[in-house]
Design a protein around this ligand. Structure first.
Ligand code: CUA
Length: 397
């Protein structure tokens, strides 16, 4: 008994290690992972095809297809930084309306698909060629007024219903009257990051938008004004609202009203250049009290830590200050994110990496390794300079 248990435990551990290795492989090189699984399936399928019956062969082919497809499913562990919210799980008023309309459109399309595919299947089976058929063309029928009327009028009615429902939803969302005390936020899209202003509070941040939680009986919506500093971007946090384009020389508006606390992940949804995919956005929805204390912390005057004086002086002497701002210092640049409260953010590089000392060091040494093509150049700093500047940045809380 003890021997069997030992063998089972050992085997189980091996399986666990194998699965762990697969998961790591999937996280680091998803393309190679799928390729590997596809090759293993292919070999198995060939083996079965060589010695099995035709039914077994078909079943193994279908099985391989399903396994490869299942590998393409997004995994939660495939880097929490990148997984954006589920469009079928709306948690804010505008997203709920969008979801309802999309569900109606999907249902109508599914019904049309079932009717068309069903009729096609019946026709294919019932009127298939049989042994002994004459090789002639079947009788051709033209001009049935009833049929032609039916397939013209029914689609027109369906399209009219979809247009009316969509137009009504768009009007509802766009004409929504927000309470006068709704939080106002101004978002500016840049290649490839988001500048965030709270004009009523004098707070400037980047890439991580903090907003208060709403309740169904007590609305606390956030009104967003969207601008662009360069090219067209698109502001999209799927669980909060639909996409809104962020266009140069134009001011677009939208609003969100989230009903559940938590961090919502979004992404720029309009191709805007080489790092478009890493122009991510985090929206932190917190209780009104937590939001108020976050705002208060952002407004508090910066504390100058004497221990990092060397790093601060070096930072102020390099061209960092031409692009970045640190409130109350000589750094007043506006091309890059405001660094006054850098350490209050979970990520750096617009969500491309976690905000850890190691990642900050890597970013300072060469931003191109984390975000190839990004507009922050390699500053050619020495190891010692990087250490001193990172020590200073870590005091910007
Ligand atoms: Cu900004 Cu895509």
């Amino acid at each position: 008994m003890a021997v069997i248990r030992l063998i089972v435990t050992r085997c189980w551990r091996k399986v666990g290690m194998g699965l762990g290795g697969c998961r790591k492989m999937w996280n680091r090189r998803p393309g190679w992972y799928v390729f590997g699984v596809a090759q293993i399936c292919n070999l198995l399928h060939r083996g079965i095809a060589f010695c099995g019956t035709s039914t077994l062969r078909r079943a193994s082919g279908a099985g391989c297809f399903v396994i490869v497809l299942s590998c393409l499913q997004p995994r939660a562990s495939a880097g929490e930084l990148r997984s954006i919210g589920n469009i079928f799980k709306p948690l804010s008023a505008p997203a709920e309306s969008v979801y309802e309309v999309s569900l109606l459109a999907l249902l109508i399309c599914a019904a049309i698909f079932l009717v068309v595919a069903g009729l096609l299947t019946v026709a294919i089976i019932k009127f298939r060629a049989r042994p002994g058929d004459e090789g002639k063309e079947p009788p051709q029928i033209y001009g049935s007024n009833q049929l032609e009327l039916a397939w013209t009028v029914i689609p027109i009615l369906i399209v009219v219903v979809l247009v009316l429902v969509t137009a009504r939803t768009i009007a509802d969302v766009q004409n929504q009257k927000l309470p006068g005390d709704a939080l106002k936020v101004r978002v500016v899209g840049h290649q490839w990051w988001w500048e965030i202003h709270y004009p009523d509070h004098g707070v400037v941040s980047a890439n991580e938008l903090h907003i208060p939680l709403s309740a169904r009986n007590q609305r606390r919506p956030t009104s967003l004004t969207l601008e662009s500093a360069d090219v067209i971007h698109s502001f999209w946090v799927p669980q909060l609202a639909g996409k809104t384009d962020v266009i140069p020389n134009r001011r677009n508006t939208m609003w969100v009203e989230p009903y559940a606390p938590g961090t919502y992940l979004g992404n720029c949804a309009e191709y805007c250049g080489v790092q478009h995919a890493k122009m991510m956005l985090r929206v932190v929805v917190e209780s009104p009290e937590e939001f108020a204390s976050w705002i208060a912390a952002q407004q508090a005057p910066a504390v100058e830590a004497p221990s990092v004086r060397a790093g601060r002086e070096l930072f102020m002497k390099t061209s960092c200050v031409n692009c970045h701002r640190v409130a109350g210092t000589a750094a007043v640049g506006i091309f890059g994110p405001d660094l006054t409260r850098l350490m209050s953010r979970e990520t750096i590089a617009s969500g491309a990496a976690r905000n850890t000392p190691e990642n900050l060091r890597a970013w300072m040494r060469d931003p191109q390794t984390i975000k190839p093509g990004c507009l922050m150049p390699n500053m050619q700093l020495t190891q010692d300079e990087v250490t001193r500047i990172v020590a200073y940045l870590q005091t910007l809380k």
